[in-house]
Design a protein around this ligand. Structure first.
Ligand code: 9Z3
Length: 343
């Protein structure tokens, strides 16, 4: 069961390797060098088995989306007490996954352990504790309160459908290293009959910097001494190019770009497209991400915004823009079919 893989425990025995060459801090190392110098999470073979079963069940029968969600951590110590985190509750990824499932996709949900999950998110991290949705009836049986019955019945139906048909695979990560290794594994294991029917939808907030295994402190960093803590981080290699070119060529790849300065957003989205050569970047600002996103391609930049009425009605922006993503995915599949046809 995917739920039983725990990703937030340090790998005490094997993570630390002082024999590895020390990398110069300011160099951007290549992806292959990264994987040579950083050990894989020990649970990876278990995930491989689950992914194989999932792929055998769905490959060729329906489109598959790999949705990444939540923030990655960068441990500062091998026996991790302190870590650097990236902002993301997992709302974007979990909400989008529900939309993909309702539109016939099978979804591998690569998510930060304990962040929001599709369907359960409606009850797990709300202002209400899940117990607030329950009450005791006159016979002493615990039941769902009348006000929540309708919504919960609808959510339950969709959740059961996804679960009973094996349409949703939950794959957890905590650290950026676990994320990178698992993403590569997923791309390699998918081996799709028709790669264009696979969609990578990268909504996770991935660290740009990390502490390489050759430099990480083994034990909790002590505060005695100078009193200062100077953290020396290396850049995380740009793995997106590998994903596009060698891990799963032909799949449709959508990445998100998060900025806080509006002036930078479009240029950063375009820069990502040029660097990695993938199909679509969805730009969003931290401050307005729930109401507004922008679809950026080589050709144009198309904003998607909720109206004031939609905001007042608590419409989720993913329910507006995921149908547009799916439409673009259909166009992409068609374009690949045409490429194959003889002139
Ligand atoms: C996003 O931009 C997501 O939309 C959010 C969603 C993290 C803002 P929440 O989970 O937030 O709903 O709370 N994700 C991508 C962030 C990211 O790290 N992108 C990388 C970058 O900007 C490229 S993969 O360089």
């Amino acid at each position: 069961m995917p739920g039983f893989i725990r990703t937030n425990e340090p790998d005490r025995a094997t993570a630390l390797d002082r024999h590895l060459p020390i990398q110069p801090p300011a160099d951007i190392i290549s992806e292959s060098e990264y994987f040579e110098h950083t050990k894989p999470p020990e649970y990876l073979p278990k995930i491989e088995q689950q992914v194989d079963e999932f792929v055998n069940r769905h490959n060729g029968k329906r489109r598959i989306a790999v949705v990444t969600s939540g923030g990655t951590t960068v441990p500062l110590e091998n026996n991790t007490v302190r870590f650097i985190d990236n902002f993301s509750a997992g709302t974007r990824g979990a909400t989008s996954t529900e939309q993909f499932l309702e539109n016939g996709y099978a979804v591998i949900f690569l998510h930060r352990e304990f962040s929001l999950l599709p369907y359960s998110r409606h009850y797990s991290h709300t202002t209400n504790c899940f117990l607030d949705f329950m009450e005791e009836d006159e016979n002493g049986k615990v039941v769902v309160r009348e006000t929540y019955q309708k919504n919960m019945a609808e959510t339950l139906k969709k959740y059961r459908h996804a679960k009973d048909k094996g349409l949703l695979l939950l794959v957890p990560f905590t650290t950026v290293n676990q994320y990178l290794y698992t993403l590569r594994l997923l791309a390699r294991e998918l081996k799709p009959a028709e790669p264009s029917k696979v969609l990578f939808y990268l909504a996770a907030a991935v660290s740009d910097f990390f502490v390489p295994s050759s430099r990480i402190a083994e034990h909790k960093i002590q505060s005695t001494g100078t009193g200062k803590l100077v953290i020396d981080l290396d850049p995380v290699p740009k793995f997106l190019r590998r994903l596009v070119e060698t891990w799963i060529p032909g799949a449709m790849i959508i990445s998100f770009k998060l900025e806080t300065d509006e002036k930078l957003l479009l240029s950063k989205c375009r820069q990502a497209l040029q660097r990695y050569g993938h199909q679509l970047v969805i730009g969003n600002l931290l401050q307005t991400r729930k109401h507004e996103v922008v679809f950026v391609t080589e050709k144009d930049a198309v904003p998607v915004r909720l109206s004031q009425d939609q905001i007042d009605d608590a419409v989720e922006i993913e329910s507006v823009f995921i149908p547009k993503v799916i439409h673009r995915h259909s166009d992409y599949i068609d374009s690949k079919v045409q490429e194959l046809q003889p002139l």
